[in-house]
Every structure is written in structure tokens, then in C-alpha cells.
Design a protein around this ligand. Structure first.
Ligand code: GLU
Length: 490
């Protein structure tokens, strides 16, 4: 029996954790959450966070995927502390660059008589598996090559298998799930190195976790079934087992496993939809972890409060509506100059030209961001709802325009336009006092005058406070937009 909970130095040594994605696609929401929990745990414990790319499967791993994972990690602000130096910064560790280390460890196990060469061909193994299946016998490797030993040079086409010894029960003290007992855990003599010299997944993970002195393995609980084999490897290497924390998976709103049909899976898709990284981080942190009923956390608060004990044991449900709400909260709190910078590509995507943005200048763009940030849930929503304050064609809610801009409303708007023209200055304060005086003289409420004006101006029923917005737009554009709306039949 091996206990993952009693790794003697794990409790005293500096915390060292790793996120170990296989680069076979983009960084998805589940992977990002695993990365975040590792990062938060490392930062909370003043430990070390490592990024390790598990790219030993050349058929499925791509450089494009590695680049995408790094981009997403950087976007989320999950910086790593070690790795081979690339251009003055730490690159991630890449298993494909560490093959010698796995071979060296296999050699050590062979020399110690804890591993052996296996020359069974895939065809032979398959035939034996079928026969065992037909006879209802165990499908585990039958140990046929066990006697073959570990001669210094590998026989042609040989794989290396671990000589698995010991009782069939493996027990770990999982930091999320509590004690886990694998009853019939005695794994078969599994392969460490394939005949082409490439390490298997479990072997490369353990060798690296050993070499990187990983104290806590925090990963998705879809890896629980690998844990007994990995524990057996630590035993063979005579090394203490790290602590394990297996995080429950993420479900979609319909409680089936989160997948594409529940919406975007890739983290960077959220950037493209106009989510802020801190909203994403906050959301992912709360997806399976809690601190009382607090929903909004600064990064310092997350680091300060994060412990594995508070990671839930049951799967979390991904709720896009809550994520959107949270994003709105962060947009509301964002500093306008940062927001304006982030918004530029979204404004362009909503039809504002690059020249249009440049002409207005940063201070003006910041003022627009500041006015519109109150009610937008995504950057993309903010950009399209504010697009009419720029020159150029603007989108209008035609049905609402027709409904609100009755003939009577149009007459009032037209009269207002004429009075505005006589104002000595086109400022929010002057505009407001003009509208108020006018409403009072007509026996109307301010809103009864402002609302038709708003819709003529913006083509929308909701917008930020109308007077500062008009001041920002400037008299010429205000007049043009309103006149256009007055011209429409309705
Ligand atoms: N490479 C594995 C994956 O992408 C993770 C291995 C681990 O965390 O132990 O799922």
C-alpha cells in the first residue's frame, strides 16, 4: 500500500505544482480552470508553478496548439516560474525535448531489475487479449517476457515494461476527494518505453513530476484511473508519492459533461467575444471552489483565500449567464483608458473605421468607454451599442424608432433641435437645462422629451445619460443623426 497523503517531505518542502496540458487543441475551459487552481495554490503557498507541455505523441501534438495554450495562459495572467530560457524569459518545459531523461530512468529501472524488455508484438498481444476475452480471463499483460531480463542492450523492437510488484491495493489521500482506495489496483506490467523509444504517458508524467520535484499533483479527476499506475512507478523508483488533488469535472447547464454544444470551449474564444481576463479568472475560480458566498474577488483575494480544502467534491456547472454577468461587473469597474484600448478591435468589428478611431483620439474614446461601461456585459456589446457616437452609418432598432417617433414626438424633437442651435455652448449642462425648461413649459416630464430624442439620436431605446453623450458626439453629428431619423417615414 502506498499512501499519497504521507509523502514526508511534501508537507515541509516548498510547494511545487505544474499544469501539464497535452497540446492537441486549444486551452479549453476545463484545462484553464486546472491551470488556474495550480497557479492560485502556488501563489497562495509562495510556491513554484510550472508549465509542462506533454507533447510526446507526435501525431496529436501541434506547435499551433502550444502557441495557443501559451497565448491563453498569458491572457489569463497565469505566469510560470521555471523552464528553459527562451529569449530572456522562461519557456515551458516540453516533454519532446526531454526524451533522454525518460530513457535514462527506464535504464535505471532495467538495471535495478524493476523493469524488463518485452518483445511481444502488437499482433501477438491482440491475439492473446482476444483469447483471454473469450475465456473470460484477465486482460492484463500476462508477463510472458518477465523472464527475459534487462540485458544492457535492447533486443530489436523491444518495449520496456515495469515489473509491477506488491499488493493489489493502492490508497491515496486525495486532497479533494479524501481517501481513495483502488481495490483491485494491481496494474499489469505496463509499458514505460515503447519499442520506438518514446515514453508512455504515465511514465513521462512520473519522471517529470519527480525531476521537477512536484509536491502536489492538481489535475482533473478524469486522471484518477492513472493514479494507481503512477503510484506503482514512485514505489519502483523508491520515491515518496506527491499529494494528489483531483478536481471534479465541469458540467454543462443540462448537467451532461461540458462540451461544444454548450457553447464556446476555448478560452480565447471568450476574449474574442469581449470578455475580460479577470472576469474569466474570477469565474473559473468560482467554478468548483468557494469562499463563503462571495462572488467577486480581486486577484489578491483569490490568492489569499485559495485552498484545496475548499474545492468542491461534486462537479461544477458551467453557467454562461453568470459569466456574462460577472464580465459586466468587471467592465463596470474597469479603468476607461484600459477599456478604450481593449475596445478598439471591437469598434472596428462593429463598423467603425480605423481612421474614425484615430480622428477622435484616445481621450475621447476613453470618455465614450466611460459613458457606456455602466450597462455593457461584453466588450462586443459595448462596441456595438456605442457605434452610433462615431461618424459613419449606425445601426438602428427600426421597430422601436417607428413606435416611439410618432408624428407628435417628431415635432417636439424638431423644435428641440432648433432651440439647441441657438445655445451659446453645446455642453451637457446647457443641454440639460434647455430640455428641462422645455419639458416644464409643455407640462411634460423630462423623460417624455428625452426619450424620443434619445431614440432619434441613437436608434436605440437605451443608452447612457443623454446629455454627456450629446456633448461627446458634438453638435454636427447630433444634428445629422436626429435629422436622418426625422426624415424617415413612420
Ligand atoms: N497531459 C495530461 C492532460 O492534458 C495531464 C497529465 C497530468 O496532469 O497528470 O490531460
Amino acid at each position: 500500500m502506498a499512501s499519497g497523503g504521507s509523502a514526508s517531505d511534501a508537507s515541509t518542502a516548498k510547494v511545487r505544482v505544474r499544469f501539464a496540458p497535452s497540446p492537441t487543441g486549444y486551452l479549453h475551459v476545463g484545462g484553464a480552470r486546472t491551470a488556474l487552481y495550480n497557479w492560485l495554490f502556488a501563489r497562495h503557498e509562495n510556491g513554484v508553478f510550472i508549465l509542462r507541455i506533454e507533447d510526446t505523441d507526435p501525431e496529436r501534438s501541434t506547435d499551433e496548439s502550444v502557441a495557443g495554450i501559451l497565448e491563453a495562459m498569458r491572457w489569463l495572467g497565469l505566469d510560470w516560474d521555471e523552464g528553459p530560457e527562451v529569449g530572456g524569459a522562461f519557456g515551458p518545459y516540453r516533454q519532446a525535448e526531454r526524451l533522454d531523461l525518460y530513457r535514462e530512468h527506464a535504464r535505471r529501472l532495467l538495471d535495478a531489475g524493476k523493469a524488463y524488455y518485452c518483445v511481444c508484438t502488437p499482433e501477438e498481444l491482440e491475439a492473446r487479449r482476444k483469447a483471454a476475452l473469450a475465456a473470460s480471463l484477465s486482460l492484463k499483460y500476462d508477463g510472458r517476457c518477465r523472464g527475459r531480463g534487462s540485458r544492457p542492450s535492447a533486443p530489436e523492437g523491444a518495449a520496456v515494461r515495469l515489473l509491477v510488484q506488491g499488493a493489489g491495493v493502492v490508497e491515496i489521500a486525495d486532497l479533494v476527494h479524501g481517501p481513495i482506495r483502488f481495490e483491485d489496483a494491481e496494474p499489469d506490467d505496463f509499458i514505460l518505453l515503447r519499442s520506438d523509444g518514446m515514453p508512455t504517458y504515465n511514465f513521462a508524467v512520473v519522471v517529470d513530476d519527480v525531476l521537477m520535484r512536484i509536491t502536489h499533483v492538481i489535475r482533473g479527476d478524469d486522471h484518477i484511473s492513472n493514479t494507481p499506475r503512477q503510484v506503482k512507478l514512485y514505489e519502483a523508483l523508491d520515491l515518496p508519492v506527491p499529494r494528489f488533488a483531483h478536481i471534479p469535472m465541469i458540467l454543462g447547464p443540462d448537467r451532461s459533461r461540458l462540451s461544444k454544444r454548450h457553447g464556446a470551449m476555448g478560452v480565447m474564444a471568450y476574449q474574442q467575444m469581449g470578455y475580460l481576463p479577470e472576469a474569466m479568472v474570477n469565474y473559473l475560480a468560482r467554478l468548483g471552489w468557494s469562499h463563503g458566498d462571495q462572488e467577486i474577488f480581486t486577484q489578491e483575494e483569490l490568492i489569499g483565500h485559495f485552498t484545496l480544502e475548499k474545492v468542491g467534491r461534486t462537479p461544477a456547472v458551467f453557467d454562461p449567464v453568470k459569466l456574462e454577468w460577472l464580465n459586466g461587473q468587471y467592465i463596470k469597474r474597469a479603468v476607461p483608458d484600459r477599456l478604450a484600448g481593449l475596445l478598439k478591435p471591437f469598434w472596428e468589428a462593429s463598423g467603425v473605421s480605423r481612421e474614425g478611431l484615430d480622428r477622435r483620439g484616445d481621450a475621447w474614446l476613453q470618455a465614450v468607454a466611460g459613458l457606456f461601461q455602466e450597462r455593457a456585459r461584453t466588450l462586443s456589446e459595448l462596441a456595438s451599442s456605442s457605434q452610433f457616437v462615431f461618424e459613419g452609418k449606425s445601426e438602428r432598432d427600426e421597430a422601436a424608432v417607428r413606435k416611439i417617433l410618432t408624428q407628435e414626438a417628431k415635432d417636439r424633437v424638431r423644435a428641440l433641435l432648433q432651440e439647441i442651435e441657438t445655445l451659446p455652448s453645446f455642453t451637457a449642462a446647457d443641454l440639460e437645462s434647455l430640455f428641462r425648461t422645455r419639458a416644464a413649459s409643455l407640462g411634460l416630464k423630462l423623460v417624455d422629451l428625452a426619450q424620443p430624442f434619445r431614440i432619434a439620436l441613437s436608434g436605440k431605446t437605451v443608452s447612457p445619460p443623454i446629455f454627456p453623450m450629446m456633448e461627446l458626439m458634438g453638435w454636427n453629428l447630433v444634428r445629422r443623426r436626429v435629422e436622418e431619423a426625422l426624415k424617415e417615414d413612420g
